[in-house]
Design a protein around this ligand. Structure first.
Ligand SMILES: [Zn+2]
Ligand SMILES: [Zn+2]
Length: 829
């Protein structure tokens, strides 16, 4: 170390250690059966959600991977065999939209961006096993996405069907329900339209109950994520009740959670998208009015239509259905407040007990009949619907069911309907099947052909991958750009060898990211998507880390995939992610970062100025990682100063200093043990990385305060050395380069090869303290006691002090005030 730099130079330090890790492949781990595999160690799969490569990585990426890397380092040194891989969610619309604008092939833009992401991650010193890297847009990856699609198809879990779909007019593609936010396209914000199209679906609804039940396995998942998924699945118990239009001979099953209110159903409403609407309207006097209304409704957003307070519109169909409980003929209408994607797209309207039905009845002068009454007999207000629902309310105006409580009536009415074949108990889900086809270019081709003779035929596994053909025009025209590539589209049927056409839709990119975490485990396998032994060893992911914006889509789809794969015998776990951590967003000077506001931060610029260690430590330090954090330049500067101080301390210790040597080494040694204990507990219990870093800061402050009086004696030198080495060791998960540099300089070994330090329990109490004893607030004595002496014992010692006894002089003690660690005040009279 002759060429020791005089000042903290992160660029030099970081480059040096990155070269070591790269050339020694430090973070690579073998699979079972491979050389170097250590079966004696427990495994830990630490995974951050894979990035979508677009441009350069941003601050959100820095936070995600800095947190994940801290956990990976911590677990390695705690004796785990840690797998920590990386890959790219490389298909998707932004690259394709860029291609439409610039003509640049989405592949070129994407791989340029991957290059930038990879080099930034290396520059940040993230401890990744690069040997396992994957990209979902690579044929060696999507071959297996297609292979998995075939398995889902064989099991009837992938199917094609005509369905009303949400269509984004700007992106010219269908959207999954999950990609429609408040009636608008999640990507471009345009108002979404309804269309009817043949589409591919995954049958996720078959798994609704298991997706709900298995939250039990996921005990440590954040409560809010579980709640969001529960609401999305939206399970409700009730009954399916059949209303019949006798005139047309059509049955209309409806789902209701309130079969106890069936006698109050005074009209019947269909959604404008209801498939029977056209038939019902044809030939009726309102035929034209219905058509006009349906066309208008198609232009409105779902959010608008579902709003409670908006003016109700609708058209009478001029037909009736029979209410199965009382044989009453009630009018049918079409109204856009009824949505096709809940239940069956038809409702029995109970205006007395549903506010929207009530408003509609008032607007159209339809009858309103109260059928449940509050238990206390209070008259209900006839200006609003009576919707407060309780188990002790009783039925009125309901024939033989009058006087029953609501729960009794629910089951009695459903039993009666079931006997007549007019109804049955039913469970309804808000969850819909996963619409996976997209009319876009830059995605994984769906591996089927359409044959006039055989219908839909999957491409045999040994002919995969079906590679994306080259196109020159990426612009969406309502059909996939693939449809224009004639020599690709026209093929032969694998089944009858006759002419056939390839499917031209591509897959939703959420398909790619529903299984990437298994591919990492065996990423070069070209015989199978993964080796079962490797998957069984590493799965499930022990710690998954990512943004809360993926709480529903990605996490639910991946859970569904893993359950389906388990059912096919391809994997041995039911849940992909045993533990989940969702990090909060980083703001800048209190404001949300956005490109339009021009207040984004480019991590690479800051890394050049301060080094990666400062940035990584700062981003983990600014606020609890689960919540947000605020990016300020002062904050970054402050962390840089702290690391500089730590660097100087480490250099001093490594080189040796002279001093008075008359200080007591024990407080500093105790402080170091306190820091070990605190950092360990903070990281293990609740990802409190910010307070863990604060503890290292405290240790470094104490070392600075005490070192000059400690240097010069063997015990004093050892204490400062221990404090500095401990600080280097504890900061390593956050600032791995600096941690490695200082630890090697002080201890001569590589910190990542050292076990995580353990606090000595005996050093966690703070020894003895001087206890001041007062009588009526006046200092009368000072006694040495053990720091952890209980309060009662402190009072006793205070009372029994000779100096105090003299001042008590037989007076009665009326109060004893204890300030722990400092004093006891005896109040006498
Ligand atoms: Zn859009
Ligand atoms: Zn055929």
């Amino acid at each position: 170390m002759s060429d020791t730099p005089a000042k903290y130079d992160p660029q030099a330090i970081e480059e040096r250690w990155q070269r070591v890790w790269d050339s020694e492949r430090t973070w690579e781990v073998p699979n079972p059966g491979e050389p170097g595999f250590d079966a004696s160690k427990p495994k830990s799969y630490v995974l951050e959600m894979l990035p979508y490569p677009s441009g350069e990585p941003h601050v959100g990426h820095l936070k995600n991977y800095a947190i994940g890397d801290a956990i990976a380092h911590f677990r390695r040194r705690r004796g785990f065999h840690v797998i920590h891989p990386m890959g790219y969610d490389a298909f998707g619309l932004p690259a394709e939209n860029n291609a439409i604008r610039t003509g640049e092939h989405p592949r070129d833009a994407t791989y340029k961006s991957i290059e930038s992401f990879r080099s930034q991650f290396k520059r940040w010193g993230i401890s990744i096993d690069w040997s396992r890297e994957v990209s979902s847009a690579d044929p060696s990856y999507y071959r297996w996405t297609q292979w998995l699609f075939n398995r889902f198809f064989e099991k009837g879990l992938a199917y094609r069907s005509e369905a009303p779909v949400q269509w984004c007019p700007v992106d010219a593609t269908v959207l999954a329900n999950e990609q429609v936010i408040d009636g608008r396209c999640e990507r471009c914000g345009s108002l979404v339209e309804q269309r009817k199209l043949e589409q591919w679906f995954f049958k996720i609804t078959d798994y609704a109950d298991r997706l709900l039940a298995d939250f039990e396995i996921l005990e440590s998942w954040p409560e809010h994520v579980v709640t969001m998924q529960r609401n999305w699945i939206g399970r409700s118990e009730g009954a399916e009740v059949v209303f019949t239009c006798g005139e047309m001979g059509i049955d209309f099953p409806v789902f209701t959670t309130r079969p106890d209110t069936l006698f109050g159903a005074t009209f019947f409403v269909l959604a404008p998208e209801h498939p029977d609407l056209e038939r019902l309207a044809a030939g009726s006097e309102n035929e034209e009015a219905v058509r006009t209304y349906v066309a208008e409704a198609a232009r409105k957003s779902t959010e608008d239509r579902a709003a409670e307070d908006r003016e109700k519109t609708g058209v009478s169909l001029g037909r009736t259905v029979t209410n199965p409980v009382n044989g009453e003929e009630i009018p049918m209408l079409v109204a856009d407040y009824v949505l096709m994607d809940y239940g069956t797209g038809a409702i029995m309207a109970v205006p007395a007990h549903d506010q929207r039905d009530f408003d509609f009845a008032k607007a159209f002068d339809l009858s309103i009949r109260q059928v449940v009454a509050p238990a206390d007999g209070v008259e209900i207000d006839s200006d609003v619907a009576f919707v407060s629902h309780s188990d002790d309310e009783t039925l009125v105006n309901s024939g033989a069911f009058d006087g029953m409580t609501s729960p009794e009536a629910k089951s009695a009415i459903v039993t009666m309907l079931a006997e007549e074949g007019r109804g049955k108990p039913a469970i309804n889900y808000r969850l819909r099947d996963w619409l996976l086809s997209r009319q876009r270019y830059w995605g994984c081709p769906i591996p089927v052909v359409h044959c006039d003779a055989c219908g839909i035929v999957p491409v045999p596994d040994d002919q995969l991958p079906i590679e994306l053909p080259e196109v020159t025009d990426y612009a969406p025209k309502g059909k996939s750009p693939l449809a224009a590539v004639d020599d690709w589209v026209n093929t032969t049927c694998p089944s009858c060898a006759g002419p056939a056409r390839r499917e031209t839709d591509t897959m939703d990119t959420f398909v790619d990211s529903s299984w990437y975490f298994i591919r990492y485990l065996d990423s070069h396998n070209d015989e199978a998507p993964w080796d079962r032994e490797a998957a069984d060893h590493w799965m499930a992911v022990d710690q998954y880390i990512g943004g809360v914006e993926h709480a529903i889509l990605h996490l639910m789809y991946a859970r569904f995939f893993v359950k389906a794969l388990a059912d096919m015998g391809l994997i041995g776990v039911q849940e992909p992610f045993a533990n989940l951590f969702t990090q909060g967003m980083i703001t800048r000077n209190g404001a949300k970062m956005s490109k339009t506001k021009g207040n984004t931060v480019s991590p690479s610029e800051y890394v050049e100025r301060y080094g990666a260690d400062t940035l990584r430590t700062f981003i983990c330090f600014t606020g609890p990682p689960a919540r947000g954090g605020d990016w300020t330049d002062e904050g970054v500067e402050g962390v840089f100063r702290f690391l500089s101080r730590l660097w100087r301390l480490g250099r001093e210790v490594a080189e040796g200093r002279d001093g008075a040597g008359d200080g007591d080494p024990e407080p500093l040694v105790r402080k170091a043990h306190w820091a070990i204990d605190k950092v360990t507990r903070d990281i293990t219990t609740d990802f409190a990385l910010h307070t863990a870093i604060a503890a290292v800061m405290e240790l470094v402050n104490d070392a600075y305060r005490l070192k000059d009086e400690l240097y010069g004696s063997p015990e004093g030198d050892a204490a400062v050395r221990f404090a500095a080495a401990t600080a280097a060791s504890l900061i390593f998960p956050f600032a791995p380069h600096l941690g490695s540099e200082l630890y090697e300089a002080i201890e001569g070994t590589r910190v990542w090869e050292e076990p995580w330090p353990e606090a000595d329990p005996a050093m966690l109490t703070s020894g003895t303290i001087s206890l001041v004893v007062q009588v009526n607030g006046k200092r009368r004595d000072q006694i040495e006691v053990a720091a952890d002496t209980p309060e009662d014992e402190l009072k006793r010692l205070a009372r029994e002090s000779d100096a105090v006894a003299r001042h008590l002089d037989g007076a009665e003690i009326v109060k004893e005030i204890v300030v722990p660690g400092r004093l006891v005040n005896l109040v006498v009279r």
